[in-house]
Design a protein around this ligand. Structure first.
Ligand code: GRF
Length: 220
């Protein structure tokens, strides 16, 4: 690695499907000089994703790749990978990208794709995590940033935030407190990756060369 490469901001592509509040947190951290990355593009699979306007306001190129216009998951994921690779990112960031990805796609970005999930993984993979956590009687809940591997929401966690569940919580109130933490830990995790401190080796996430401890499942 040359001195230039070491100092250059990490090229990143961010994928969204929705409002993009996590995208905004990443944009804000970058602008504040807290995150040494260059967001080369924001790509949405939904033309109406609110996050597109956030990117445009920040002067980041945006692209829409509407999955409903493709014949099947494989064709969409191939086109998506082609579009992403055009920007030559060192890291792909899934920020509320609500698509199940093909194994080929995941493999292609192995070790260089992160996702954020609104639960303490491995608990509550999939959708509707806040309601499920309340129904299960969880005392704590939270959010996890993880490397993406073929198992949906199953890759090793790199940073997590724990949020206590309150007596009178509703899914909405809990979700709002978790989202606040997402906005803190996603830039933090991306920053660690950009500094070269975070790696995926096999199925193990390493921070500064040491395996990152994983939680065991507490709810079936
Ligand atoms: C977040 O809760 C994220 O964890 C989940 O989808 C939501 C996206 O929110 N995967 P936003 O689009 O970043 O506001």
């Amino acid at each position: 690695m040359t001195a230039n490469e070491r100092d250059a901001p990490l090229p990143v592509v961010i994928l969204i499907s929705g409002g993009g509040s996590n995208l905004q947190a990443i944009i804000d951290a970058t602008r504040a000089g807290r995150l040494p990355i260059e967001i080369r593009a924001v790509i949405s699979n939904r033309p109406d994703a609110g996050g597109l306007a956030r990117a445009e306001r920040a002067g980041i190129p945006t692209h829409v790749l509407d999955h409903t216009r493709f014949e099947g998951r494989e064709a969409f994921d191939r086109a998506l990978a082609e579009l992403i690779d055009h920007f030559q990112p060192a890291l792909v960031v899934l920020a509320g990208f609500m698509r199940i990805l093909t194994p080929e796609f995941v493999e292609h970005y192995r070790g260089r794709m992160l996702n954020i999930h609104p639960s303490l993984l491995p608990d509550f993979q999939g959708l509707d995590t806040h309601r499920r956590a309340l129904e299960a009687g969880a005392r704590e809940h939270g959010a996890s940033v993880h490397f993406v591997t073929p198992e949906l929401d199953g890759g090793p966690v790199v940073v997590r935030a724990v949020v206590p569940v309150l007596e009178d919580d509703t899914p909405e109130r809990l979700a709002a407190r978790v989202l606040e933490q997402e906005h803190r830990i996603y830039p933090e995790a991306i920053g660690l990756f950009a500094q070269g401190r975070l790696k995926l080796e096999g199925d193990t996430a390493l921070l500064d060369g040491e395996p990152i401890p994983q939680r065991s499942r507490q709810f079936p």
